[in-house]
Design a protein around this ligand. Structure first.
Ligand code: PLP
Length: 465
């Protein structure tokens, strides 16, 4: 006996309707083959819309970006009719590009499902399947994560991780984190995120002691210094630290990776002191040479809790059995939208089976190609840029000696020229790209590198104004 839902899902009319929709979409997507400027007749209304939205939300948007609702892989059409290379993917969300047929298909299935949202009291079986997939992916190289709790934002995933850690480690009430890290923007996390402007005027919610991140310009000394810092914090507040939050590649902080030995040196001390290790993979998930950066670094044995979000489409906290909190600590009305859960299953399958990881996987090849292009720009234009920096599908460079005003102007000019990037770093001195790995091709990288070089020269020539 099948459920009515299963009968409905396998009704040939549903399959036929889906085919018609996807074929029709594909037909329109074929019209999106490269970047193009806005349509003249839409400029005025688009400008008005941006202005009105800025007024409604209380601040203008960073980019003049309203998506039209269609794209073709790495290309996105905006509501002014322009088409751009999306090399920032909503800060790391659209990992498979725009209007990817498999994700649209998942969205249709979700739209035909009974509810828009899934929540703790009412979830469909896809939540179970997805949770198992996430745990399998996280444990495949030896981590021992037992539980998966879905949530609706990266910040909420981190909040949940911190809650279960604090409960287990009570009365320890301090945290450790890296200088320059980003962990989210809730009241609690704004005290982990190492950016004073993000907590201006907010009451102190957490006590955090910072450890310098890895400095690639002096590797040996850097590890020793960070270990010393850590030990000093531990000595100053004996027994008071519940956890250290590890951002494996500083993301908002400017795309700084660190080597395994650096993390291992710190993690071993934390282990010895019984301090929990929370690995924040919200930005790194699916972007290094393994699905989790801790796997690429061989740190599986140290993982107590790990959080993910962004490219997965859902956010989650994965944790070891001994961190399972007492009833009442974790609960949410929403765990994710039905479409996010359906899409996440497709993405997990694609990521785990699609040849993205490993030393010669697609991510490594994209990184090699794009960083080579950026190095060529540097060689052709001495002093114009420094870098490239980052790792995997997280690539950055520093133009104009890191002058933040010029960097910001460059990012906007690049947008106008048809490529969406963003800035990053403690002083916003770096330009960063989060490559949509599921959609981008080598030809796209070459085309974007060409636009980057041309725009760099144009902004460089225009002085500082
Ligand atoms: C490392 C890291 N942690 C946490 C977050 C917060 O995620 P969200 O914006 O989904 O709350 C982000 C978002 O940029 C992030 O990069």
């Amino acid at each position: 006996m099948k459920t009515i839902a299963r009968d409905f899902a396998s009704d040939p009319r549903v399959a036929e309707a889906k085919t018609v929709l996807l074929e029709t979409l594909a037909e329109y997507q074929r019209g999106i083959t490269g970047i193009r400027p806005p349509l003249d007749e839409l400029r005025q209304s688009y400008g008005d819309m941006l202005k009105e939205f800025g007024e409604i939300r209380g601040a203008p948007l960073f980019f003049a970006y309203f998506g039209s609702g269609i794209g073709n892989g790495v290309f996105v059409e905006l509501a002014d009719g322009s088409v751009k290379y999306d090399f920032i993917s909503g800060i790391g969300v659209h990992h498979f590009g725009h209007s990817r047929p498999e994700l649209v298909a998942a969205g249709i299935d979700a739209a035909l499902s009974n509810t828009v949202m899934q929540g703790n009291l009412q979830q469909n079986p896809e939540s179970l399947e997805l949770s198992e997939m996430l745990l399998d992916a996280a444990n495949r190289k030896g981590a021992a994560l037992k539980h998966c709790f879905l949530s609706t934002s990266g910040a909420m995933a981190n909040e949940n991780a911190l809650k279960l850690i604090f409960q287990k480690k009570h009365p320890a009430n301090r945290l450790l984190a890296f200088e320059g890290c980003f962990a989210g923007r809730t009241l609690a996390l704004s005290h982990v995120t190492d950016k004073p402007a993000y907590r201006e005027g907010l009451p102190q919610t957490l006590s955090v002691d910072y450890v310098p991140f890895f400095d690639r310009t002096r590797p040996q000394e850097s590890t020793r210094l960070s270990v010393e810092h850590l030990k000093r914090h531990l000595a100053r507040y004996p027994g008071k630290h519940a956890a250290m939050v590890f951002e494996m590649v500083l993301g908002e902080g400017g795309f700084y990776p660190g080597p395994a030995e650096f993390f291992r040196a710190l993690m071993q001390i934390l282990r010895d002191y019984g301090i929990a290790i929370l690995i924040d993979e919200i930005q790194t998930f699916g972007r290094t040479t393994e699905i989790f950066a801790f796997q690429a670094l061989g740190l599986d044995e140290f993982v107590d809790t790990v959080t993910l979000g962004k490219s997965a489409q859902v956010c989650a906290t994965l944790f070891r059995a001994d961190f399972n909190p007492r009833p009442g600590l974790l609960s949410q009305t929403f765990t994710a939208s039905t479409s996010a859960i359906h899409a996440a299953r497709v993405i997990l399958r694609e990521l785990t089976e699609g040849g993205y990881f490993g030393a010669s996987g697609k991510i490594a090849r994209l990184n090699e190609h794009f960083t080579t292009r950026l190095k060529e720009i540097e060689a052709r234009n001495p002093g114009l840029i420094r870098g490239p920096f980052g790792t995997g599908a997280m690539i950055a460079f520093t133009p104009f000696g890191g002058n933040p005003e010029k960097v910001k102007r460059f990012v906007h000019k690049l947008f106008d020229a048809g490529v969406i990037s963003f800035y990053a770093g403690p002083d916003l001195s770096r330009v960063r790209f989060l490559l949509p790995v599921g959609a981008v091709t080598i030809d796209d990288l070459d085309a974007v590198a060409g636009i980057v070089e041309k725009t760099l020269k144009a902004v460089g020539d225009s002085g500082t104004e």
